[in-house]
Design a protein around this ligand. Sequence first.
Ligand SMILES: Nc1ncnc2c1ncn2[C@@H]1O[C@H](COP(=O)(O)OP(=O)(O)OP(=O)(O)O)[C@@H](O)[C@H]1O
Ligand SMILES: O=P(O)(O)O[C@@H]1[C@H](O)[C@H](O)[C@@H](OP(=O)(O)O)[C@H](OP(=O)(O)O)[C@H]1O
Length: 443
Amino acid sequence: MPKEYRRKTSKDFGITGTSVNEGSRLERRTAGKSSQICDDLIHKAAQVAQSSATGATTVMDARRVPQVTITPEGGGSSREIQQEDWGDVVDGALQSEDDLLSDNESKSKGIVTLEHLVDAGESKPWWKLKTIVHWPFSATQRRKLNWVQLAGHKGNFKAADEGNILKKFSENEMQCFEKLRDDALLPYVPGYHGVVEKDGESFLHMTDLLANFDLPNVMDCKMGNEDILGGGSLFRARERPKPREDLYKKMVEVDSEGPTPQEHSQRGVTKPRYMQWRETMSSTNTLGFRIEGIKKCDGTCRTDFKKTRSKQDVIQVFKDFVGGNASIIKSYLSRLTEIQQALKMSEFFKQHEVIGSSLLFIHDHTGNAQVWIIDFGKTTALPEGQTLNHDIPWQEGNREDGYLWGLENLLHTLESVSIEGTSEETFCSVTKENSQTTEGDGQ
Ligand SMILES: Nc1ncnc2c1ncn2[C@@H]1O[C@H](COP(=O)(O)OP(=O)(O)OP(=O)(O)O)[C@@H](O)[C@H]1O
Ligand SMILES: O=P(O)(O)O[C@@H]1[C@H](O)[C@H](O)[C@@H](OP(=O)(O)O)[C@H](OP(=O)(O)O)[C@H]1O
């Protein structure tokens, strides 16, 4: 099932939020081998329901890996996760949409060429606009776009009119954009221009954040944690998840000792297990954010940050990303502080579990440096009257996403970059090869 359809249905999962735990902070643990993590999870799972380790933590404190229990659909009592839950091969029908293997080759790792959906036929009404009346689209505007996509699947985005892009439709994301129209976060999210439909396929029409930059440097930082059993993707795979070979291969590529003996023998890893492993290997569990990918102005791209975990590692990546430019770091810090303030004022943020969202950092040689909040595909509204803190640890049922905790750590990390200073400045010269748009395709 295509990802967009999976997303479309996510609102229908009947997510039942329970009381928000305002209380304790748990220490997150930075574990070594993921096999140890898995064992540890199983041993510690019994403590989850009553997990009440108390004590204030400072922002940069490492926290404990969230414990996992598997909750039957429709509520009911939780049970502890068992080794076989991770490794159970399910016969017959697929148990979850995430059991479907995703094609790793289709994951975007940097520069992509965005195609237009349009056909040359001027007389045909290819575009049916749902929420905007006028589509200012002429043949001369139909350029292919050399674009930067640091996460998600290739093909999720299409070129649109000048300065805009189309993203495959997701109900969650559309609802978020609609609500964000009147929210304090509006200046920090891509401009949203409605839903566009063509041949039964829908897209979100939004601002291309790269459009005002010249040879942009781009970084995607994924914020917060997955809600292991909540509105996030693991929710969909919680019941007897099926081991996936593609995830097993991705795990082995990073750490051959990552899989447990059972996972090795079945050559499969379930999605919840993989996602937890991802969080533990990267800085998500220790800092509340992780770097997903970077594209630099020289055209080079990196998405191999799965093991970038310590604060010092992250500092190093940021230093390299800004190429020694202290004023860029200063601009980023100031923009992040604004975002932090806006988040604290935002009604939307209070009422939503923000999962899998990223901060997109963009700067260029002119000194222009901005940060935006992107990707609301897995962001879900809480039940009426419920709100989140976003800075307390996740526990089953509390749906806390750790977003503000991650942001605070991100600010501290950038402050450290600023204090430590940067070595030498590097600049990019404009070349035809890495300029953003290519010639019109004549359609
Ligand atoms: N409005 C935008 N302007 C410029 N670049 C964007 C914009 N939205 C997304 N991107 C780029 O596309 C990448 C993927 O975006 P996004 O996370 O929204 O896609 P996705 O398909 O929902 O990803 P995932 O499957 O990981 O959730 C980002 O890392 C960024 O490089
Ligand atoms: O970053 P990685 O290591 O490549 O791992 C992917 C990443 O965690 C994505 O967020 C996730 O998509 P969702 O967020 O949509 O769940 C995808 O699941 P998928 O393989 O089921 O698409 C994972 O494979």
